[in-house]
Design a protein around this ligand. Structure first.
Ligand code: GAR
Length: 192
């Protein structure tokens, strides 16, 4: 089984759904660690409630990005982590993590990339008036929501939709889509 670390910066609803998918057997992997860069993030409470160790590591406490990521890398290696799953981790990943985890870091983003990368993707798409929005799971490189696309799910925006209803629908779909895509990917990697 793949040992994974989930990286999150905020609410952690995707962490929660990934954890539940591992418990139900839908996602054949073990979440051994949560990594969080924000000491006030709610994901820390969620991890505690699920009994998953959470490494809280604030970039402010380090002289530079390389030192910050080295501290995370040490923790990942100490926990024998095979694969990094970003779920609302709002930082760019640098070479210190990208090199040892080449092709083993994925992210979920709430838009049909390459459209609407960056912060508040759902708001950006809603304000642009697009009628099809969606979700992308992709490999992570040094860019902002760039890297090879693994899978996407399109979602129609209806006349009566508001920003809030669209946001709620995207989150709900993310919670089933991400475990499914990861499970397929892990199965492929295990076979190789
Ligand atoms: C999710 O919608 C995820 O797709 C998005 O942050 C949210 C985190 O929610 N990620 C990005 O925008 C990455 N650029 P959560 O903390 O409740 O899982």
């Amino acid at each position: 089984m793949m040992n994974i670390a989930v990286f999150a910066s905020g609410n952690g609803s995707n962490f929660q759904s990934l954890y539940e998918a591992t418990q139900s057997g839908q996602l054949k992997a073990t979440i051994k660690l949560v990594v969080c860069n924000k000491p006030e993030a709610y994901v820390i409470e969620r991890a505690k409630a699920c009994g998953i160790p959470c490494f809280v590591c604030s970039p402010k406490d380090f002289p530079d990005k390389a030192a910050y990521e080295q501290a995370i890398l040490n923790e990942l290696q100490a926990n024998s982590i095979d694969f990094l799953v970003l779920a609302g981790y709002m930082r760019l990943v640098g070479p210190t993590l990208l090199q040892p985890y080449k092709n083993r870091i994925v992210n979920i983003h709430p838009s049909l990339l390459p459209a609407f990368p960056g912060m508040d993707a759902i708001g950006q798409a809603f304000d642009a008036g697009v009628k099809v929005i969606g979700i992308t799971v992709h490999f992570v490189d040094e860019g902002m929501d760039t890297g090879p696309i693994i899978d996407q799910q399109a979602i129609r925006v209806n006349e009566e939709d508001t920003r809030e209803t669209v946001e709620a629908r995207i989150h709900e779909i993310e919670h089933t889509f991400y475990p499914q895509v990861l499970n397929k990917l892990f199965q492929q990697l295990m076979v190789k």
